[in-house]
Design a protein around this ligand. Structure first.
Ligand code: HEC
Ligand code: HEC
Ligand code: HEC
Ligand code: HEC
Ligand code: HEC
Ligand code: HEC
Ligand code: HEC
Ligand code: HEC
Ligand code: HEC
Ligand code: HEC
Length: 308
C-alpha cells in the first residue's frame, strides 16, 4: 500500500514538473520581418544556411499561395517568435515546426505542408501506406534545394531505393520495364502520396494501371482467359523477373499452377520430359504456348482453347 502511494506521489511530482516546464513550442506568434529577419542569421553562408529556398518555387512570389505571400519562412516552420526571443540552455528556442530532428512529430510536419498541398494527387495521403508507416513529406522531398531530386525521372528512383532496396535488384533483372534507361519510373505506376487502391497504384486496379500503356490487352475478347481479366500480376512481376517476359515463373509451370487436369497428361511436366527421355511438346520451345498462343484472350471464332 505504501509503495503504491509513493509511486503515485512520484507520478504526480513528475507530471507537475512537466507541466511547469516553460511552454517553449506553444506561443503562436509570428516573428515580424520574415523572411529578412531569418535570413539575417540563416543567409547564404554561415550557420545553417537557408537562403537556397529563394531559388525554388517556394521562394518566388509568383503564385498567390506562395509561402512568400503568406508568412514567409514561418509558413512552413510555423509561428516562431519564440525562436528570436527565448533561449533554452543558451540556444534559441526551436521554431514551432522543424523537419530534421525529433522535436516535431511527423504528422505535424506533414500538416505544415498539407495546409497548402492537400489537393489533387495528395488527396489520398491520409490512410495511405506511407502516411500510416510514419513516412514524412521530407523523407522524399528536399524543399531548400532546387532541383528536388524526387521530381525527376533520372533521380527519383534513388530516393525510393533508400527504403525499397529490393526494387533496385528487380529493376536489373533480365526482363524488366525500362527503368534503368529512365524511360519509365516508379510513378509511371505508383502515386507515392496515396491512392484509392492497394499498393498505391495510379489507377483503380492493377489492370487499369497496365492498360495505360498496354491497351491492346484490355480486350474485349470473344474468348477471355479469366486470370488475365482478374489481375495481370497472376502471371507477371511488374518490377522485373528472370523469366522473359517478366513472368512470375517459367512455363509450363506457370500454367500448371492452375491447370493440372484436362485432356493432356494431367501429371506435372518435369525435366524428364526432354530428350533423351522423350520430348514432350509441352516442355520444349514455348511449351504450352506452342499451341495456346493467345494467352491473353482470343477473338478467333474457334479460339475457345486460346490456340488461335
Ligand atoms: C539571431 C539569429 C537567428 C535568427 C534571426 C533566426 N534563427 Fe533560426 N537558428 C538560429 C540558431 C543559433 C539555430 C541553431 C539552434 C540549435 O543548434 O539548436 C537556429 C536553428 C534554426 C532551425 C533549425 C532547427 C532544428 O533543430 O532543426 C530552423 C528551422 C530555424 N532556425 C528557422 C528560423 C526561422 C524561420 C527564422 C525567422 C523567423 C529564424 N530561424 C531566425 C539563429 C537564428
Ligand atoms: C516550403 C516550406 C519551407 C519554407 C518556406 C522554409 N523552410 Fe526551412 N526547412 C523546410 C524543410 C522541409 C527543412 C528540412 C530540410 C529539407 O528537407 O530541405 C527545412 C530546414 C531548415 C533549416 C535547417 C537546416 C539545417 O541545416 O539543419 C533552417 C535553418 C531553415 N529551414 C530555415 C528557413 C528559413 C530561414 C526560411 C525562409 C527564408 C525557410 N527555412 C523557409 C521547409 C521550409
Ligand atoms: C504557403 C503554402 C505552401 C506551403 C506551406 C508549402 N508549399 Fe509547396 N508549394 C506551394 C506553391 C505555391 C508551390 C508552387 C506551385 C506552382 O508553381 O504551381 C509549391 C510547390 C511545391 C512543390 C513542387 C516544386 C517544384 O520544384 O516544382 C513541391 C514538391 C512542394 N511544394 C512540396 C512541399 C512540401 C514538402 C512542403 C512542406 C515542407 C510544402 N510544399 C509547403 C505552396 C506551399
Ligand atoms: C514516398 C515519396 C514521397 C512522399 C512521402 C511525398 N512525396 Fe510528394 N512527390 C513525390 C514524387 C515522386 C513526386 C513526383 C510525382 C510525379 O512525377 O508524378 C511528388 C510530387 C509532389 C508535388 C507536385 C510537384 C509538381 O510539380 O506537381 C507536391 C506538391 C508534393 N509532391 C507534395 C508532397 C507533400 C505535401 C507530401 C507530404 C504530405 C509529399 N509530397 C510526400 C514523392 C513523395
Ligand atoms: C509497370 C508498373 C510498375 C512500376 C514501374 C513499378 N511498380 Fe511497384 N508495383 C506495381 C504493381 C502492379 C504492384 C502490385 C503488385 C501486386 O498486387 O501483386 C506493385 C507493388 C509495389 C510494392 C508493394 C509490393 C511489393 O512488391 O513490395 C512496392 C513497395 C513497390 N511496388 C515499389 C515500387 C518502386 C520503388 C518502384 C520504382 C523503382 C516501382 N514499384 C515501380 C507496378 C509497378
Ligand atoms: C523513408 C522510407 C521510404 C521512402 C523514401 C519510400 N518509401 Fe515506399 N514505403 C515505405 C514504408 C515504410 C511503406 C509501408 C510498409 C511496406 O509496405 O513496405 C511503404 C510502402 C510503399 C508502397 C505500398 C506497399 C504495399 O504493400 O502496398 C509502395 C507502392 C511504395 N512504398 C512506393 C514507393 C515509391 C514509388 C517511393 C519513391 C517515390 C517510395 N515508396 C519511397 C517507406 C518508404
Ligand atoms: C508507362 C507505360 C507502361 C505501363 C503503365 C506498363 N508498361 Fe509494361 N511496358 C512498357 C514499356 C515501355 C515496355 C518495354 C517495351 C519494349 O522493351 O519493347 C513494357 C514491357 C512490358 C512487358 C514485356 C514485353 C517484352 O516484350 O519483353 C510486359 C510483360 C509488361 N510490360 C507488362 C506490364 C504490366 C503487367 C503492367 C502493369 C502492372 C505494365 N506492363 C505497365 C510500358 C508500360
Ligand atoms: C495467364 C498468365 C498471364 C496473364 C494473367 C497475363 N499475361 Fe501477359 N503474358 C503471358 C505470357 C505467357 C506471355 C508471353 C507470350 C509469348 O511469349 O508469346 C505474356 C506476354 C505479355 C506481353 C509481351 C508480349 C505481348 O504479347 O505484347 C505483355 C506486354 C503482356 N503480357 C502484358 C500483360 C498485361 C497488361 C496483362 C493484364 C491485362 C497480362 N499480360 C496478363 C501470360 C500472362
Ligand atoms: C491463375 C490461374 C491460371 C493460370 C496461371 C493460367 N490459367 Fe488458363 N485458365 C484459368 C481459368 C480459371 C480458366 C477458365 C477455366 C474454365 O472456364 O473452365 C482458364 C482457361 C484456359 C484455357 C481454356 C480452357 C477452357 O476450358 O476453355 C486455356 C487453353 C488455358 N487456360 C491455357 C493456359 C495457359 C497456356 C497458361 C499459361 C500461360 C494458363 N492457362 C495459365 C486459370 C489460369
Ligand atoms: C501440342 C499442342 C498443345 C500443347 C503443347 C498444349 N496444349 Fe492444351 N490443348 C491443345 C488443344 C488442341 C486443346 C483443345 C482440345 C479440345 O478442344 O478438345 C487443348 C486444351 C487445353 C485445355 C482445355 C482442356 C479441357 O479439358 O477443357 C487446357 C486447360 C489446356 N489445353 C492447357 C494446356 C497447358 C497448361 C499446357 C502446357 C502444360 C498445354 N495445354 C499444352 C493443345 C496443346
Amino acid at each position: 500500500m505504501l509503495k503504491q502511494w509513493l509511486s503515485l506521489l512520484l507520478l504526480t511530482f513528475i507530471t507537475s514538473a512537466l507541466l511547469a516546464a516553460p511552454p517553449v513550442q506553444s506561443p503562436a506568434n509570428y516573428a515580424p520581418g520574415d523572411p529578412q529577419v531569418c535570413l539575417g542569421c540563416h543567409g547564404a553562408t554561415g550557420m545553417k544556411p537557408a537562403a537556397g529556398i529563394l531559388n525554388t518555387p517556394h521562394g518566388k512570389k509568383g503564385h498567390p499561395d506562395s509561402p512568400m505571400n503568406k508568412h514567409g519562412c514561418q509558413s512552413c516552420h510555423g509561428p516562431s517568435a519564440q525562436h528570436l526571443s527565448q533561449y533554452v540552455n543558451g540556444k534559441p528556442a526551436k521554431p514551432t515546426v522543424t523537419f530534421n530532428g525529433d522535436t516535431t512529430p511527423v504528422d505535424a510536419q506533414n500538416q505544415s505542408c498539407l495546409g497548402c498541398h492537400e489537393n489533387n494527387a495528395r488527396s489520398h495521403w491520409d490512410g495511405s501506406q506511407h502516411q500510416f508507416a510514419g513516412v514524412s513529406c521530407t523523407n522524399c522531398h528536399q524543399v531548400h534545394k532546387s532541383p528536388d531530386p524526387v521530381l525527376f525521372k533520372e533521380t527519383q528512383k534513388e530516393v525510393c531505393f533508400n527504403c525499397h532496396q529490393d526494387k533496385r535488384a528487380q529493376m536489373h533483372k533480365t526482363s524488366a520495364h525500362p527503368l534503368v534507361d529512365n524511360l519509365m519510373t516508379c510513378t509511371s505506376c505508383h502515386n507515392p502520396h496515396g491512392s484509392a487502391t492497394e499498393s498505391l497504384l495510379v489507377k483503380g486496379s492493377v489492370n487499369e494501371t497496365c492498360f495505360q500503356c498496354h491497351a491492346e490487352k484490355r480486350g474485349p475478347f470473344l474468348w477471355e482467359h479469366p486470370p488475365v481479366q482478374e489481375n495481370c500480376s497472376n502471371c507477371h512481376q511488374p518490377h522485373g523477373s528472370v523469366h522473359t517476359p517478366m513472368l512470375t515463373s517459367r512455363g509450363p509451370w506457370l500454367c500448371q499452377q492452375c491447370h493440372m487436369a484436362g485432356f493432356h497428361p494431367s501429371t506435372a511436366y518435369s525435366g524428364s520430359g526432354v530428350p533423351p527421355n522423350g520430348a514432350a511438346q509441352q516442355m520444349l520451345s514455348k511449351d504450352c504456348l506452342n499451341c495456346h498462343v493467345q494467352v491473353h484472350g482470343s477473338n478467333h471464332p474457334s479460339g475457345v482453347r486460346l490456340t488461335r
